[in-house]
Design a protein around this ligand. Structure first.
Ligand code: NAD
Ligand code: UGA
Length: 461
């Protein structure tokens, strides 16, 4: 017999908690889904009647929230009450890299996980299934179990099952990924708890796509999947530098190798380096785990994926300075795109951050445009200081970012940047004018015909 789930609570209303719970609510009308967060502004924005102001931008998300909010999808700051009525609790809180103490710079900071486990231990009632949705180091379920059971009074009737259900969605395509996942992974020890979660997914996902494993395989598979994906990006980016010096074209190389079905064509897009909140943090976490178990060669191997990523970002700044006669001091540069990828308003670990900081240090005057990231977010990411006043401005108009610029630097592959009006841009810029495309999305010929100099990552001819 499996456990019947009527009330779900999700702790953490972020980029994972929000979209994941929206999709569950949309597919399971018989379940009440309560998403809770300690961040009041975030919850207020989830409850905003202006659906363009939801805290997470994802194509298709606003429509689902519009359909289900107030019916079986609820956003609230009342963490304790919603824990107390839940049959199943997803922990979907942030697990960033530790900034200080043991493991600083590598290990995940689990303080939000621990806090959630303590709240569950205190406020839950009866039998509760606790689902690890956050990405966690291997063996974290052990810690969660200890906290849940540690403070338990034997007579209070509380019973917990901890299962791991890592999330594989990518930002910008979260709703599609959640609706049609390659697989759903559930790791655990208790068959009934696993079955209860499986039953939820079976409302819209075929059984063959649901994979069950032991807890530790599930936790480790998530870190490994991200490490493998990021490794492909560092691999292609490393070859982009070789293309530039040899006259090869990285786009052609990517197609040629991707047609070998053993390699495959996905995740071979060259760029300014991977960003986003997870790749770097999860690989650092993997490196930390390997060092902990004295597997130093393995740790060094994965560390290189991160090193190449940082090197790629630095390389782009150097290239720009070189193209502009060795100095960019006082020169205007238009930055097109600030999000770490298209179709998201997320800027965490965006390669644009490091590159913009380096350009400001070189003395450039940046004007940044992004269709979904607001100026406050950009200033926060760049640690805006008084001394930046003449070096940093943002604009809500794409073409304004190009005015009087010596160069424009395309940082995010937004759809609108694929159709730039180069004739217009060329008349607005100072000569000689450069377009540096770190995403390889522009029509090079059109840009050259309009009198612009063009450089693409991995294509330098
Ligand atoms: P996020 O920072 O957007 O959201 C986490 C939320 O949890 C925050 O709003 C925070 O206020 C809230 N929170 C923290 N402690 C809390 C507590 N005790 N009670 C209530 N709320 C609390 O993070 P995210 O991007 O949604 O990532 C969450 C987890 O999912 C991470 O472990 C991440 O690695 C993993 N993950 C993220 C993605 C992604 O694309 N962002 C994809 C797969 C997995
Ligand atoms: C990534 C994974 O793709 C998800 O499966 C995973 O669930 C998630 O991390 C996570 O654990 O957080 P995400 O970071 O949202 O998702 O987005 P990706 O599409 O993977 O892109 C990450 C970065 O790599 C972006 O900066 C993107 O521009 C870059 N990228 C991606 C490339 O440079 N080239 C590519 O071919 C693909």
């Amino acid at each position: 017999m499996s456990i019947d789930i009527k009330q779900i609570c999700c702790i953490g209303a972020g980029y994972v908690g929000g979209p994941t719970m929206a999709v569950i609510a949309d597919n399971c009308h018989h379940i009440q889904v309560n998403v809770v967060d300690i961040n009041k502004t975030r919850i207020t924005n989830w409850n905003n009647d202006d659906f363009s102001k939801l805290p997470v931008y994802e194509p298709g998300l606003a429509e689902i929230v519009k359909r289900r909010r107030g019916i079986n999808l609820h956003f609230s700051c009342d963490v304790n009450h919603n824990i107390s009525i839940a049959d199943m609790i997803f922990i979907s809180v942030n697990t960033p890299t530790k900034l200080k103490g043991i493991g600083a710079g590598q290990a995940s900071d689990l303080k939000w996980i621990e806090e959630s486990a303590r709240q569950i231990s205190k406020y839950s009632k009866g039998e509760t299934i606790v689902v690890e949705k956050s990405t966690l180091p291997v063996k974290t379920a052990e810690t969660i179990k200890l906290i849940l059971n540690g403070s338990k009074d034997k007579s209070d009737g509380k019973k917990f099952h901890v299962i791991s259900n890592p999330e594989f969605l990518a930002e910008g395509s979260a709703i599609d990924d959640l609706s049609h996942p390659d697989r759903v992974l559930i790791g655990g020890e208790n068959d009934q708890a696993i079955k209860a979660l499986e039953n939820i997914y079976l409302n819209w996902i075929n059984k063959e796509k649901i994979l069950t494993t032991n807890l530790w395989s599930s936790e480790l598979s998530k870190l490994t999947a991200n490490a493998f994906l990021a490794q492909r990006i560092s691999s292609i980016n490393s070859i982009s530098a070789l293309c530039e010096v040899t006259g090869a074209n990285i786009n052609e190389v990517a197609i040629a190798i991707g047609m070998d079905h053993r390699i495959g064509s996905k995740f071979l897009k060259v760029g300014p380096g991977f960003g986003g909140s997870c790749f770097k943090k999860d690989i650092l976490n993997l490196v930390y785990l390997c060092r902990y178990y004295n597997l130093n060669e393995v740790a060094d191997y994965w560390q290189k994926v991160i090193d190449i990523n940082f090197w790629q970002q630095k390389r782009i700044t150097h290239k720009l300075v070189k193209k502009l006669f060795g100095t960019i001091s006082g020169k205007k540069i238009g930055i097109l795109g600030f999000a770490f990828k298209a179709n998201t308003n997320d800027t965490r670990e965006s390669p644009a951050i490091q590159i913009c900081k380096d350009l400001i240090i070189e003395g450039a005057e940046l004007r940044i445009y992004d269709p979904k990231v607001n100026n406050l977010q950009i200033e926060k990411e760049l640690d805006f200081k008084e001394s930046f006043t003449n070096h940093l401005s943002t604009t809500a108009n794409l073409y304004e970012a190009c005015l009087d610029a010596d160069a424009i630097l395309i940082m995010t592959e937004w759809e609108e940047f694929k159709r730039l009006d180069f004739t217009k841009i060329s008349t607005m810029m100072r000569k000689p004018s450069w377009v540096l495309d770190t995403r390889n999305i522009i029509d090079r010929k059109k840009a050259k015909d309009a009198g612009l100099n063009v450089w693409n990552v991995g294509v330098d001819y």
